[in-house]
Ligand binder design. Structure first.
Ligand SMILES: [Zn+2]
Length: 82
């Protein structure tokens, strides 16, 4: 390896918000936290789950949930008559 161009590469422990943790190696050289990992990600669990940041899902449901899409559905036949 060439001298003085390689960053430090140490073993770190990554801890997830779900409580799972695993060891890996990183140039960050310190333990760190992640919001999602392969233990709790919906792709691996097969269960739907919202990864919500600052209530954005709630905001979306407030705006577009309930009657919003039903109204759009009801408006379609009227538009087709023209
Ligand atoms: Zn996790």
């Amino acid at each position: 390896m060439k001298d003085k161009i390689h960053p430090k590469y140490a073993e770190v422990t990554v801890t997830c918000a779900c409580g799972a943790s695993f060891k890996t190696r990183s140039t960050l050289c310190k333990d760190y936290q992640v919001d999602i990992c392969s233990v709790c990600h919906p792709f691996y669990t097969g269960k739907q789950k919202f990864v919500d940041t600052a209530g954005r899902v709630e905001k979306f449901q407030k705006k577009f949930g309930g009657q919003y899409f039903k109204k759009a559905e009801a408006a379609k036949p009227a538009a087709a008559k023209k």
